[in-house]
Write a protein that binds this ligand. Structure first.
Ligand code: GLC
Length: 474
């Protein structure tokens, strides 16, 4: 019989996306369904921020009540289909009719309610999956509740679980005193979630899940070291037997420069020479950069925070520009970096442009217009931007970590699809940009590289196969 898989996650494209997790949950279920006879469905919170465009396609199904400890809460169930995948939405206005998905004082309670609801609705929607796949700390309580609150029920006991770490930095930590009150866990269950003197939901999911995954093979190896694990390496050591890494892909339909209506001019691997040039000149105009076909245009599209390597980029940026490249930065983040890049643009009129916002349409324009894409992350579980940049013919220059190491290979050693560096210093960035520029001025070789970059297969197809095998195994 066809296997049934249920994803439980806190965001999914196109409904609500704040980062890479949303892109993955929006694309992977459909990719698995395309490649197998598995029935994959998704449960999400019904946030107020779900885009207007999709709201009208979401229908009310029914409601139930969900109890958690002393609370008993309304739980509306909404439903829609997107790319043939059924998405369910958990509706409770008290918890989800707020601005933004995360960052509220009671996030622990909100996502505890969400996880309990995702399990309670199974008989209501008449879908008992073979595997539940939970993602990051917001849905970590799903495998935990299955093995605690639901362990007496035969229907629930036979469900296997997979848990994916998209970013180990955010673990869902709370004071031990709210174990019973907020999470409805008994003191004798405390050991599952307790770590270093507090409740750590990610730690609990790592302990109880049947299969532990992360989003690239290299990150799966890196998180054993304290440098990357944010305190969880001993727990990962203990559970290493069930850990695996599967590289993410990107949605090749959504990210397609040939059909993308937000870029200035559509192009593909055959027409990129003229197409990218037109995009570059138009973007230089829009971004206040000197219109010049021959100066290399380097893009940075990122959250402006430390672990994305903004500290070493800040040390390299002036030098990169002084050596004759344009730098266009798009993103928001920590004040020190927003301030730094704002003043960088002031210092280098016509050569640097800073746009302190996140706008997906502008991002696509910049991917399409730029010659090179810089991503100097300190750690990167997978990273999707380097894949999107590749699809739009912007040659990635990346630090060799996590998914960046697994997806981009330096072209200086023969066959490659970008430039890479391993050290974590500003000089490493400057040297790599120099190497890229040297090739850039040799048009024939550069075009061969862009062609290679654009035709690298970062679609979900291959990874979907790995997920299918993983589900069959568990
Ligand atoms: C997180 C990680 C990023 C990864 C994404 C999707 O945002 O930081 O590297 O690509 O999750 O898995």
């Amino acid at each position: 019989m066809a296997k049934k898989i249920l994803f439980v996650a806190s965001e999914a494209a196109p409904f609500v996306v704040t980062g890479g997790l949303g892109d993955v949950i929006g694309a992977l279920p459909a990719a698995i369904m395309n490649k197998s006879d598995m029935d994959v469905r998704v449960v999400l919170p019904f946030y107020r921020d779900i885009s207007e465009k999709h709201m009208s396609e979401i229908e009310y199904l029914c409601y139930t009540y969900v109890s958690l400890g002393w609370r008993n809460q309304y739980c509306g169930i909404f439903r829609t289909k997107y790319k043939n995948v059924t998405f369910y939405f958990i509706d409770n206005e008290y918890y989800f009719k707020r601005e933004g998905c995360y960052g509220h004082f009671d996030d622990g309670e909100r996502f505890a309610y969400f996880c309990k609801s995702a399990l309670e609705i199974l008989p209501v929607i008449d879908f008992f999956p073979d595997v539940i796949h939970a993602h990051d700390w917001q849905s970590a309580l799903v495998p935990i509740y299955l093995r605690t609150l639901f362990s007496d029920s035969e229907n629930y006991r036979r469900i296997r679980t997979a848990f994916t770490i998209h970013n180990i930095e955010y673990q869902g930590k709370f004071d031990l005193s709210i174990l019973g009150d907020v999470f409805a866990l008994a003191p004798y269950h405390g050991g599952i979630v307790e770590w270093n003197g507090c409740i750590n939901l990610m730690k609990g999911a790592i302990e109880v899940c049947d299969k532990l995954l992360t989003v690239s093979p290299t990150y799966a190896a890196e998180i054993f070291s304290p440098f990357y694990s944010h305190g969880l390496s001993p727990i990962l050591e203990k559970n290493s037997g069930k850990l695996g890494g599967i590289l993410n892909g990107i949605d090749f339909e959504t990210y397609n420069p040939k059909t993308d209506m937000s870029v200035f001019c559509q192009f593909d691997a055959r027409s990129f020479k003229e197409g990218k040039l037109e995009n570059k000149l138009a973007l230089q105009r829009q971004f206040g950069l000197t219109e010049n076909a021959d100066v290399p245009l380097i893009a940075v599209i990122s959250r402006l925070v430390n672990h994305k390597g903004m500290d070493i980029l800040a040390g390299a940026a002036d030098e990169i520009i002084n050596r004759g490249a344009q730098l266009a930065v798009l993103g928001t983040g920590d004040y020190i970096y927003e301030d730094f890049f704002y003043h960088l643009a002031q210092r280098h009129p016509g050569m640097a442009s800073t746009n302190l916002m996140f706008n997906p349409d502008t991002a696509r324009k910049l991917y399409a217009a730029s010659d090179m894409f810089l991503m100097p992350s300190k750690s990167e579980p997978c990273g999707l931007a380097q894949m999107i940049a590749s699809r739009y013919g912007s040659v990635p220059i990346v630090r060799e970590t996590g998914g960046l190491y697994d997806s981009i290979h330096d072209c200086s050693f023969g066959h490659g699809n970008g430039f890479t560096f391993s050290g974590y210093t500003s000089n490493d960035i400057i040297n790599s940009v120099d190497r890229a520029k040297a090739l850039y001025y040799n048009k024939e070789n550069w075009h061969a590289l862009v062609n290679e970059v654009m035709t690298t297969d970062f679609s979900w197809d291959k990874s979907a196969g790995h997920y299918i095998n993983t589900y069959k195994e568990i």
